[in-house]
Write a protein of this length. Sequence first.
Length: 316
Amino acid sequence: MSPPPPPLGRGRRRAAQAFDEALDDADLMAARAALVQGRWQNARSLLVRTGDDWDRRGHRVTVLARESSCAAWAREWLLADPESADAAVLLALAQVRRALHGKAEPDRAREACRVAAARAPADPTPWLGLLMLECAVGGDQEAVRSFEAVRGRYADHHHAHHLMVARLAGRRAEAGPDPLHEVYDFANWAAEQAPADSPLAILPVIAHAERYRVLAAAGHGPADPAASGHWTGRRARQVMKAAFDWWLEWELEGHPRRLIDLNFLAHAKFCEGRGAEAAALFHRIGRHATPAPWSYPDRDPHTAFAAARAGALGTA
């Protein structure tokens, strides 16, 4: 039986505006819908097909793990297949998600990640789960250790680098703007270390947005990013140009998290006042907006995205 239509009025509008963390991964959406109904076999098939495409595996596991019933179905999967590394990592990231929402003890989630890591030593995904946890509730050493464990298994891991940038951006907020802040050094280093076709080339843009989030929240800048001047300095313009030029040359249509990068880059170009370049990016984004960075520092992301898109496309 097909589900009922969304309610009229505000409920329908909220449904139409909902951010989908699956982005444009139709296979992931199908497996997630089946998992919600208790059919974990679809998730098993999806992860088998994903193989060692580590960025895609990390994306798919983290999205599946966000479902409230995921931990229960992952345990059922483990009862049917006790040696399954895929079931173990799905349970581990579901436990991480629960811990981040205060529904499970962090140590229990850490142990689940270690169990999953032992079952698949080459897989960075259990360590990604641990990194998510440590960036939120752990200390600096624990976060760095987890990041190095991910990077040791896959040096260009997209999600892990984004997590570390967000973590580093939060340091020394009270000191105010600092063009030599460590988050910029980290992002530049990672971009330089990555292969020419790696989306980590856009990491300096991510660092710039994350640092704005922290500075604005600490009172060192206006709540409107376009009015902050954060994207219009000489260094900022160089970073944005290099990232946009990289996108024009490579535009990795197949990367599972490319739409996250496109949202950050469109946000940066809009804040910089480069409407034509922002418009090109909005066309590529289509309906796949992401909460970050449009919510920075404390904005309604739907409203911010719609206003920026309308301004760039001349439909305001």
